[in-house]
Design a protein around this ligand. Structure first.
Ligand code: SME
Length: 165
């Protein structure tokens, strides 16, 4: 969260990508990369109240990874919640109203909307999901989804930034 600053244009996202890229250059430790992405994204935009990763630690199980914000639940099975739906389908989940999403897990009762993106490693396997929660209803746009997907592919995907197949 960052008062008064929002990621509204492609240029805003290009600046975020450049910052993350500079900070993570030469780093290949996944937890160090996740911690840096969670911090930089969270503090870039006042809409983001919880920002972090759930890692695939065993088949069908997501476990909490680096995050910013209040307490996040520790374990999410693939068949539960928005994060589980993302992990199961491998598709971005843009939820404008969490109360209308069957099985949404409310780690914080203040959460109104949510964006969850799949994170693939260089070999194309799902390694985590990246979850952003907002206390504002309908906080996220398709641009947020596509630009954040680009950032995740750049950091965790193939070396040239191309999204993994
Ligand atoms: N809301 C998520 C759970 C994670 S937290 O909100 C931090 C979900 O339904 O998957």
């Amino acid at each position: 969260m960052n008062d008064g600053q929002t990621l509204t244009t492609a240029d805003d996202y290009a600046a975020l990508l450049a910052r993350v890229s500079a900070l993570t250059q030469g780093e290949d430790d996944t937890v160090a990369l996740m911690a840096t992405v969670a911090c930089e994204v969270h503090h870039a935009d006042s809409r983001f109240d919880w920002t972090g990763f759930y890692r695939v630690t065993q088949p069908g199980i997501l476990k909490i990874g680096p995050y910013q914000g209040g307490h996040g639940c520790l374990v999410i099975p693939f068949d539960k919640g928005v994060c589980g739906a993302c992990a199961t389908t491998g598709k971005v989940q843009l939820v404008a109203d969490v109360d209308a999403f069957p099985g949404h897990i409310a780690c914080a009762s203040s959460t109104r909307s949510e964006l969850v993106l799949p994170v693939q490693g260089a070999d194309g396997q799902l390694i985590a999901v990246f979850d952003i929660d907002s206390d504002q209803p309908d906080a996220f746009t398709e641009q947020d989804a596509s630009q954040l997907g680009k950032l995740l592919a750049h950091v965790f995907g193939q070396a040239d930034g191309t999204p993994a197949p």
